[in-house]
Design a binder for this molecule. Structure first.
Ligand SMILES: [Zn+2]
Length: 347
Protein backbone atom coordinates (compact mmCIF):
# COMPACT_ATOMS: atom_id res chain seq x y z
CA UNK A 1 0.00 0.00 0.00
CA UNK A 2 1.24 3.47 -0.80
CA UNK A 3 0.54 6.62 1.07
CA UNK A 4 1.63 10.17 0.34
CA UNK A 5 2.28 12.53 3.22
CA UNK A 6 2.71 16.25 2.76
CA UNK A 7 5.58 17.87 4.58
CA UNK A 8 6.27 21.57 4.39
CA UNK A 9 9.88 22.56 3.85
CA UNK A 10 10.48 25.00 6.66
CA UNK A 11 13.20 27.23 8.03
CA UNK A 12 15.25 27.37 4.85
CA UNK A 13 18.44 29.39 5.05
CA UNK A 14 18.82 32.02 2.35
CA UNK A 15 21.47 29.94 0.60
CA UNK A 16 19.36 26.78 0.54
CA UNK A 17 16.33 28.73 -0.58
CA UNK A 18 18.33 30.12 -3.49
CA UNK A 19 19.62 26.69 -4.47
CA UNK A 20 16.16 25.17 -4.34
CA UNK A 21 14.66 28.10 -6.25
CA UNK A 22 17.32 27.69 -8.91
CA UNK A 23 16.75 23.95 -9.27
CA UNK A 24 13.00 24.46 -9.46
CA UNK A 25 13.16 27.34 -11.92
CA UNK A 26 15.65 25.51 -14.10
CA UNK A 27 13.35 22.51 -14.20
CA UNK A 28 10.57 24.71 -15.55
CA UNK A 29 12.93 26.22 -18.12
CA UNK A 30 14.19 22.78 -19.08
CA UNK A 31 10.64 21.56 -19.63
CA UNK A 32 9.74 24.56 -21.71
CA UNK A 33 12.52 23.63 -24.13
CA UNK A 34 15.77 25.10 -22.84
CA UNK A 35 17.95 21.98 -22.71
CA UNK A 36 21.08 23.81 -21.65
CA UNK A 37 20.05 24.91 -18.17
CA UNK A 38 22.06 23.41 -15.32
CA UNK A 39 19.94 20.79 -13.61
CA UNK A 40 20.93 17.78 -11.55
CA UNK A 41 21.18 14.88 -13.99
CA UNK A 42 18.84 12.51 -12.17
CA UNK A 43 16.25 15.28 -11.74
CA UNK A 44 16.52 15.87 -15.46
CA UNK A 45 15.98 12.18 -16.20
CA UNK A 46 13.01 12.06 -13.88
CA UNK A 47 11.52 15.07 -15.67
CA UNK A 48 11.98 13.44 -19.06
CA UNK A 49 10.47 10.26 -17.75
CA UNK A 50 7.37 11.79 -16.21
CA UNK A 51 6.62 14.93 -18.12
CA UNK A 52 6.52 13.82 -21.71
CA UNK A 53 3.90 16.29 -22.72
CA UNK A 54 4.30 19.71 -21.24
CA UNK A 55 0.85 21.02 -20.46
CA UNK A 56 0.81 22.46 -17.00
CA UNK A 57 2.25 25.80 -16.08
CA UNK A 58 4.58 24.45 -13.43
CA UNK A 59 5.90 21.02 -12.62
CA UNK A 60 7.05 19.59 -9.33
CA UNK A 61 10.58 18.35 -8.88
CA UNK A 62 10.39 14.61 -9.10
CA UNK A 63 12.96 12.85 -6.95
CA UNK A 64 14.28 9.38 -7.46
CA UNK A 65 13.85 7.19 -4.40
CA UNK A 66 17.51 6.22 -4.18
CA UNK A 67 18.56 9.86 -4.04
CA UNK A 68 16.25 11.21 -1.40
CA UNK A 69 16.92 10.59 2.17
CA UNK A 70 14.77 11.27 5.19
CA UNK A 71 16.25 11.30 8.66
CA UNK A 72 15.11 12.25 12.08
CA UNK A 73 17.30 14.31 14.37
CA UNK A 74 15.73 14.82 17.78
CA UNK A 75 12.32 16.37 17.19
CA UNK A 76 12.95 17.31 13.57
CA UNK A 77 12.88 15.60 10.23
CA UNK A 78 15.44 16.40 7.57
CA UNK A 79 15.13 15.67 3.89
CA UNK A 80 18.04 15.49 1.53
CA UNK A 81 17.30 16.86 -1.93
CA UNK A 82 19.65 16.24 -4.86
CA UNK A 83 20.45 19.47 -6.70
CA UNK A 84 22.81 20.64 -9.37
CA UNK A 85 26.21 21.82 -8.22
CA UNK A 86 26.05 20.67 -4.60
CA UNK A 87 27.65 17.34 -3.89
CA UNK A 88 25.30 15.19 -1.84
CA UNK A 89 22.43 17.63 -2.27
CA UNK A 90 20.98 19.99 0.30
CA UNK A 91 19.53 18.98 3.62
CA UNK A 92 16.33 20.79 4.58
CA UNK A 93 14.05 20.58 7.61
CA UNK A 94 10.54 19.33 6.87
CA UNK A 95 7.38 19.50 8.92
CA UNK A 96 5.05 16.62 8.11
CA UNK A 97 1.32 17.07 8.14
CA UNK A 98 0.87 13.88 10.06
CA UNK A 99 3.18 11.18 11.32
CA UNK A 100 5.23 9.42 8.68
CA UNK A 101 4.24 5.78 8.42
CA UNK A 102 6.78 3.03 8.99
CA UNK A 103 7.77 2.01 5.52
CA UNK A 104 9.96 2.47 2.51
CA UNK A 105 10.29 5.90 0.97
CA UNK A 106 9.43 5.83 -2.74
CA UNK A 107 9.80 8.32 -5.54
CA UNK A 108 8.54 11.62 -4.25
CA UNK A 109 7.89 15.16 -5.36
CA UNK A 110 8.54 18.69 -4.32
CA UNK A 111 5.87 21.18 -5.26
CA UNK A 112 5.87 24.93 -4.96
CA UNK A 113 2.86 26.78 -3.62
CA UNK A 114 3.09 30.50 -3.62
CA UNK A 115 6.57 30.96 -2.23
CA UNK A 116 6.74 27.78 -0.17
CA UNK A 117 7.97 24.33 -1.00
CA UNK A 118 6.14 21.22 0.04
CA UNK A 119 7.57 17.73 -0.12
CA UNK A 120 5.04 15.10 -1.16
CA UNK A 121 6.64 12.02 0.31
CA UNK A 122 5.31 8.66 -0.76
CA UNK A 123 5.75 5.63 1.47
CA UNK A 124 5.16 2.03 0.73
CA UNK A 125 4.16 -0.27 3.56
CA UNK A 126 2.11 -3.32 4.30
CA UNK A 127 -1.54 -2.58 4.83
CA UNK A 128 -2.80 -3.81 8.17
CA UNK A 129 -4.92 -6.94 7.82
CA UNK A 130 -8.61 -6.20 7.48
CA UNK A 131 -10.34 -6.93 10.75
CA UNK A 132 -13.28 -9.21 11.23
CA UNK A 133 -15.83 -7.28 13.17
CA UNK A 134 -18.52 -8.25 15.61
CA UNK A 135 -20.74 -5.18 15.56
CA UNK A 136 -21.83 -2.26 13.43
CA UNK A 137 -21.14 1.42 13.76
CA UNK A 138 -23.61 3.08 11.41
CA UNK A 139 -23.00 6.70 10.46
CA UNK A 140 -25.77 8.80 8.99
CA UNK A 141 -24.79 12.02 7.27
CA UNK A 142 -27.52 14.44 8.01
CA UNK A 143 -28.69 17.96 8.05
CA UNK A 144 -29.01 18.79 11.73
CA UNK A 145 -25.89 16.84 12.64
CA UNK A 146 -23.21 16.27 10.01
CA UNK A 147 -22.75 12.79 11.43
CA UNK A 148 -24.93 10.66 13.67
CA UNK A 149 -23.19 7.48 14.80
CA UNK A 150 -25.07 4.51 16.21
CA UNK A 151 -23.46 1.43 17.69
CA UNK A 152 -25.72 -1.47 16.72
CA UNK A 153 -25.38 -4.76 18.57
CA UNK A 154 -27.87 -7.62 18.82
CA UNK A 155 -30.62 -5.57 17.27
CA UNK A 156 -30.37 -2.63 19.61
CA UNK A 157 -28.76 0.77 19.84
CA UNK A 158 -25.95 0.44 22.37
CA UNK A 159 -24.75 4.00 21.95
CA UNK A 160 -25.68 7.04 19.91
CA UNK A 161 -23.42 9.99 19.28
CA UNK A 162 -24.20 13.22 17.46
CA UNK A 163 -21.13 14.74 15.89
CA UNK A 164 -19.98 17.95 14.27
CA UNK A 165 -22.90 20.17 15.16
CA UNK A 166 -20.57 23.14 15.66
CA UNK A 167 -19.85 23.27 11.91
CA UNK A 168 -23.13 25.04 11.27
CA UNK A 169 -22.21 27.76 13.72
CA UNK A 170 -18.78 28.14 12.13
CA UNK A 171 -20.34 28.45 8.68
CA UNK A 172 -22.83 31.01 9.86
CA UNK A 173 -20.18 33.07 11.58
CA UNK A 174 -17.94 33.18 8.51
CA UNK A 175 -20.83 33.91 6.16
CA UNK A 176 -21.67 36.89 8.30
CA UNK A 177 -18.03 37.98 8.45
CA UNK A 178 -17.62 37.72 4.67
CA UNK A 179 -20.72 39.83 4.12
CA UNK A 180 -19.41 42.54 6.41
CA UNK A 181 -16.01 42.55 4.70
CA UNK A 182 -17.54 42.63 1.25
CA UNK A 183 -19.65 45.62 2.18
CA UNK A 184 -16.44 47.41 3.01
CA UNK A 185 -14.77 46.27 -0.20
CA UNK A 186 -12.07 44.25 1.53
CA UNK A 187 -11.82 41.50 -1.12
CA UNK A 188 -8.34 40.34 -0.16
CA UNK A 189 -9.38 39.83 3.45
CA UNK A 190 -12.46 37.90 2.27
CA UNK A 191 -10.16 35.38 0.58
CA UNK A 192 -8.01 34.94 3.65
CA UNK A 193 -11.11 34.48 5.78
CA UNK A 194 -12.25 31.73 3.40
CA UNK A 195 -9.13 29.65 3.89
CA UNK A 196 -9.30 30.20 7.63
CA UNK A 197 -12.85 28.87 7.62
CA UNK A 198 -11.74 25.80 5.70
CA UNK A 199 -9.05 25.12 8.26
CA UNK A 200 -11.45 25.50 11.17
CA UNK A 201 -13.97 23.15 9.56
CA UNK A 202 -11.23 20.64 8.71
CA UNK A 203 -10.10 20.56 12.32
CA UNK A 204 -13.65 19.66 13.36
CA UNK A 205 -13.89 17.02 10.62
CA UNK A 206 -10.62 15.47 11.75
CA UNK A 207 -11.94 15.30 15.29
CA UNK A 208 -15.24 13.76 14.14
CA UNK A 209 -13.57 11.16 11.91
CA UNK A 210 -11.06 10.34 14.61
CA UNK A 211 -13.86 9.77 17.10
CA UNK A 212 -15.70 7.46 14.70
CA UNK A 213 -12.62 5.39 13.87
CA UNK A 214 -11.41 5.12 17.49
CA UNK A 215 -14.86 4.10 18.62
CA UNK A 216 -15.14 1.48 15.87
CA UNK A 217 -11.74 0.15 16.90
CA UNK A 218 -12.69 0.00 20.57
CA UNK A 219 -15.97 -1.80 19.86
CA UNK A 220 -14.65 -3.98 17.01
CA UNK A 221 -17.20 -2.57 14.58
CA UNK A 222 -17.62 -2.23 10.88
CA UNK A 223 -18.08 1.36 9.87
CA UNK A 224 -21.12 1.66 7.66
CA UNK A 225 -21.68 4.99 5.97
CA UNK A 226 -24.71 6.26 4.17
CA UNK A 227 -24.05 7.96 0.87
CA UNK A 228 -24.99 11.42 -0.30
CA UNK A 229 -28.11 10.20 -2.07
CA UNK A 230 -29.64 9.89 1.36
CA UNK A 231 -29.33 13.58 1.90
CA UNK A 232 -30.83 14.17 -1.53
CA UNK A 233 -33.91 12.32 -0.36
CA UNK A 234 -34.16 14.37 2.79
CA UNK A 235 -34.17 17.73 1.14
CA UNK A 236 -34.74 19.03 -2.33
CA UNK A 237 -33.81 21.84 -4.68
CA UNK A 238 -32.18 25.00 -3.52
CA UNK A 239 -32.12 23.92 0.08
CA UNK A 240 -30.29 20.75 -0.93
CA UNK A 241 -27.59 22.66 -2.77
CA UNK A 242 -27.07 24.86 0.22
CA UNK A 243 -26.81 21.95 2.63
CA UNK A 244 -24.50 19.85 0.49
CA UNK A 245 -22.22 22.74 -0.26
CA UNK A 246 -22.18 23.84 3.36
CA UNK A 247 -21.48 20.45 4.83
CA UNK A 248 -18.29 18.82 3.64
CA UNK A 249 -19.63 15.26 3.54
CA UNK A 250 -17.19 14.19 0.89
CA UNK A 251 -14.19 15.33 2.92
CA UNK A 252 -15.58 13.69 6.04
CA UNK A 253 -16.13 10.40 4.20
CA UNK A 254 -12.57 10.46 2.85
CA UNK A 255 -11.12 11.16 6.28
CA UNK A 256 -13.05 8.28 7.84
CA UNK A 257 -11.99 5.89 5.07
CA UNK A 258 -8.36 6.94 5.36
CA UNK A 259 -8.13 6.68 9.14
CA UNK A 260 -10.03 3.39 9.17
CA UNK A 261 -7.75 1.91 6.54
CA UNK A 262 -4.70 2.54 8.72
CA UNK A 263 -6.40 0.50 11.46
CA UNK A 264 -7.65 -2.25 9.19
CA UNK A 265 -11.29 -1.38 9.86
CA UNK A 266 -13.61 -2.16 6.94
CA UNK A 267 -15.65 0.79 5.75
CA UNK A 268 -18.77 0.03 3.78
CA UNK A 269 -20.79 2.65 1.98
CA UNK A 270 -24.39 1.74 1.38
CA UNK A 271 -27.13 3.59 -0.34
CA UNK A 272 -28.94 5.64 2.19
CA UNK A 273 -31.87 6.23 -0.12
CA UNK A 274 -35.11 6.53 1.82
CA UNK A 275 -33.31 5.87 5.08
CA UNK A 276 -34.64 9.03 6.61
CA UNK A 277 -38.24 8.73 5.43
CA UNK A 278 -38.73 5.11 6.46
CA UNK A 279 -39.54 4.04 9.98
CA UNK A 280 -36.77 1.82 11.32
CA UNK A 281 -39.21 -0.13 13.46
CA UNK A 282 -41.86 -1.19 10.95
CA UNK A 283 -40.32 -0.19 7.61
CA UNK A 284 -43.29 1.93 6.58
CA UNK A 285 -43.16 5.45 5.28
CA UNK A 286 -43.23 8.15 7.89
CA UNK A 287 -42.12 11.74 8.04
CA UNK A 288 -40.16 14.26 9.98
CA UNK A 289 -42.66 16.07 12.13
CA UNK A 290 -40.25 18.70 13.33
CA UNK A 291 -36.49 18.88 12.85
CA UNK A 292 -35.87 16.48 15.69
CA UNK A 293 -38.97 14.27 15.66
CA UNK A 294 -39.92 11.47 13.33
CA UNK A 295 -43.54 10.43 13.12
CA UNK A 296 -44.57 6.97 12.01
CA UNK A 297 -48.35 6.55 11.62
CA UNK A 298 -48.04 3.10 13.20
CA UNK A 299 -45.22 3.35 15.72
CA UNK A 300 -45.57 6.92 16.94
CA UNK A 301 -42.94 9.58 17.50
CA UNK A 302 -39.27 9.19 18.15
CA UNK A 303 -35.85 10.82 17.56
CA UNK A 304 -35.51 11.57 13.86
CA UNK A 305 -31.73 11.82 13.82
CA UNK A 306 -31.33 8.26 15.03
CA UNK A 307 -33.79 6.87 12.51
CA UNK A 308 -31.47 7.24 9.51
CA UNK A 309 -28.48 5.66 11.26
CA UNK A 310 -30.54 2.71 12.52
CA UNK A 311 -31.88 2.13 9.01
CA UNK A 312 -28.32 2.06 7.69
CA UNK A 313 -27.27 -0.43 10.37
CA UNK A 314 -30.25 -2.67 9.62
CA UNK A 315 -29.72 -2.53 5.91
CA UNK A 316 -26.11 -3.57 6.28
CA UNK A 317 -27.07 -6.32 8.69
CA UNK A 318 -29.58 -7.65 6.17
CA UNK A 319 -26.95 -7.58 3.44
CA UNK A 320 -24.83 -9.88 5.57
CA UNK A 321 -27.67 -12.36 5.49
CA UNK A 322 -27.81 -14.99 8.18
CA UNK A 323 -24.08 -15.15 8.61
CA UNK A 324 -23.00 -14.49 12.17
CA UNK A 325 -21.39 -11.07 12.23
CA UNK A 326 -17.95 -12.07 13.39
CA UNK A 327 -17.69 -14.62 10.61
CA UNK A 328 -18.75 -12.21 7.91
CA UNK A 329 -16.43 -11.57 5.04
CA UNK A 330 -16.66 -8.11 3.74
CA UNK A 331 -15.25 -6.07 0.92
CA UNK A 332 -13.72 -2.96 2.38
CA UNK A 333 -14.59 0.25 0.56
CA UNK A 334 -10.98 1.36 0.57
CA UNK A 335 -9.17 -0.92 -1.79
CA UNK A 336 -7.62 1.78 -3.93
CA UNK A 337 -3.91 1.06 -4.33
CA UNK A 338 -2.84 4.62 -3.67
CA UNK A 339 -4.21 7.09 -1.21
CA UNK A 340 -3.32 10.61 -0.44
CA UNK A 341 -3.70 11.66 3.14
CA UNK A 342 -6.52 14.18 3.39
CA UNK A 343 -5.05 17.37 4.66
CA UNK A 344 -5.97 20.79 5.98
CA UNK A 345 -4.80 22.98 3.12
CA UNK A 346 -1.26 24.23 3.34
CA UNK A 347 -1.52 25.42 6.94
ZN1 LIG B 1 -43.23 2.49 12.17
Amino acid sequence: MKLTIQAGIVGLTRRKKEILDREYTNLQRFLSGDKTVPLYSANKQQAIRYYKKVKQKEYPLSLRNDLINLKRAKAFWFLKIPVYGVRGGIKVPVKPHREFPQGKLCESKIVKRKDRYIAMLTFEFDAPPVRRCSSILAVDLGERFPATAVLWQNGTVMKAQFLGKEIRGVRRHYAWLRRRLQERGLTQVVKRVGSKERRVVNTILHRVSKWIVSFALATNSYIVLGDLKGIRKQVKGKRLNRIVSNMPYFRLTKMIEYKAMLEGIPVITISEAYSSTICHICGREGKRKTQGLFLCPYCGEYNADLNGAINIAKRFERSLGYMPLDGAVCEPAHNQPMLEAPCDSEG
